[in-house]
Each structure stands twice: as C-alpha cells, then as structure tokens.
Write a protein of this length. Structure first.
Length: 250
C-alpha cells in the first residue's frame, strides 16, 4: 500500500456522483453555505491563491477556514494557481450537499463497487476527510479510476459516474503557464510518440505518483515513486517512461 498524492481526482469523481443523483443543486445545503454547483473555480485550479500539495504533511487544522478567508484575494481568477486547499473545499461542498460523511460516500459510491482492497483516507481534526490528496491505497486500485474513466463512467457495465461528467471533467478548462492545461481535478498534457501526438489526462502528485489516461490508445498507466520534492526527477515519468509505454502500444 502506498500513499497516493494524486488521488484528488477521486473527489471530482464523487462530485460526479452527486450531480448524477441530484444531491448537488443550486438551492441545497451547499448553496446555503455559499457554495454553488456552477462554481468550478477550485476544480479548475484558479482559486485566486497558491497553496501546497497535501504531500506527506498533515493537513492544516483550519484548512477550510484558511481557504474561506483567502476568497477575498480572488483578484486573479482567470489565471492558474495550484491549491490543494481549493480541492479540499470541493470535498466539504460534497459533504454539505449530500449530508454524507465523505469517507462513507467514497466507500459506498466508488471503493466498494470497484472492489478496492484496504485503503486509508486522511482525516482533518474535524473528523471529515481531507480531499486535497494523500490517500493510501494499492496501485491496482488507483488504476481502476483510469479504467472507470476510459469506460465513460461505467464499471463492469454499472454506471458509477455520469458520462457527461467524465467528458466535462477531463476536457480543457484552464491553461497553465507551461503550455499544458487542466480539466476539473485532472492535469492534461499532450505527449509525443514519434511523429504522433496524444492528448492525455492524469492525476499526478508529489514524489512521482501518476495515473495517466490515454483515450486514443485505450490505455491507463499507474506509476508510484517516492522522490518527494524532486520534481526534476519525477517529471521524467511523464516525459520519458509514459511515452515509451505508449510507443509499445502502437
């Protein structure tokens, strides 16, 4: 079992479940708390502030309060800013809109239907799940998210996430300074293999945790590593290893 820092993508999948079942609406508990279904800025990585990834560090006790206080600094909403606290806020929106404890939601909607083995979710001091990353699970279970999305939200023929949400969450939402872009909770990169170029979307995190999905090849790849704080090292997983695997698929 490894710590998967890229697991932030699981909470957008849970959000897709909430939209599908109608529990996330503009007049429900989340809206009353000042959070709205069409307020996707945090999933677009444009919360108006920069923040660290979850990493190996314990979430701040007042992560939600820190994020809420920072809303006044939203002068740069059109630009990309990495902020795990923003994705964590999406998790709190899920909890408020559904009335469900987030670990129970994840277990009922995703983990059990996809037959996960043992896994762990970090909790904040409030007892609620920290949805900004850092989940512990087996690589083969992490890989199941890739297959779920390749199959348009179906798992062995059962609908877990709406097809519309799979399309929307993995589509271009905001540009990044390095030439790539993001969907809702997913990073998007175009990878070259010889003369061909492939659009990918990925869940990736500090240290070298990767779930990379290549729709054109019907391919999902998981890589785990422990090179924390060594981005020049672990970025080679995307730049060199994944294209090599893709080349072998042609």
């Amino acid at each position: 079992m490894v710590q998967i820092e890229a697991i932030r993508a699981s909470w957008p999948a849970s959000l897709g479940q909430s939209v599908r079942y109608g529990t996330l609406t503009d007049d429900g508990p989340a809206a009353q708390a000042g959070l709205h279904q069409d307020d996707h800025r945090d999933l677009q990585r444009r919360p108006g502030l920069h923040g660290p990834a979850a990493g190996r560090y314990r979430p701040a006790p007042d992560a939600r309060r820190i994020k809420a206080a920072a809303l006044v600094a939203r002068s740069a909403l059109a630009s990309y800013a990495y902020c795990s606290a923003g994705v964590n806020m999406v998790g709190q929106m899920l909890g408020k809109s559904t009335g469900l404890w987030l670990p129970r939601m994840f277990d009922s909607f995703l983990a059990r239907p996809m037959q996960f083995a043992d896994y762990g979710i970090n909790l904040m001091p409030s007892g609620e799940a920290y949805s900004g990353g850092g989940m512990h699970l087996l690589p083969r279970d992490f890989l199941k998210f890739g297959q779920l999305y390749l199959d348009g939200g179906l798992w062995h023929g059962k609908r877990l996430v709406s097809a519309a949400w799979v399309r929307e969450s993995t589509a271009h939402q905001i540009d990044r300074a390095d030439g790539s872009d993001d969907g809702f909770g997913w990073h998007r990169h175009t990878l070259a293999v010889g003369a061909r170029r492939f659009q990918t979307y990925e869940a990736s995190g500090n240290g070298g945790q990767f779930l990379v999905v290549v729709p054109a090849l019907q391919l999902a790849v998981v890589v785990t590593a422990g090179n924390y704080g060594e981005y020049p090292v672990w970025q080679k997983i995307r730049q060199e290893l994944i294209p090599a695997i893709m080349g072998a698929m042609r």
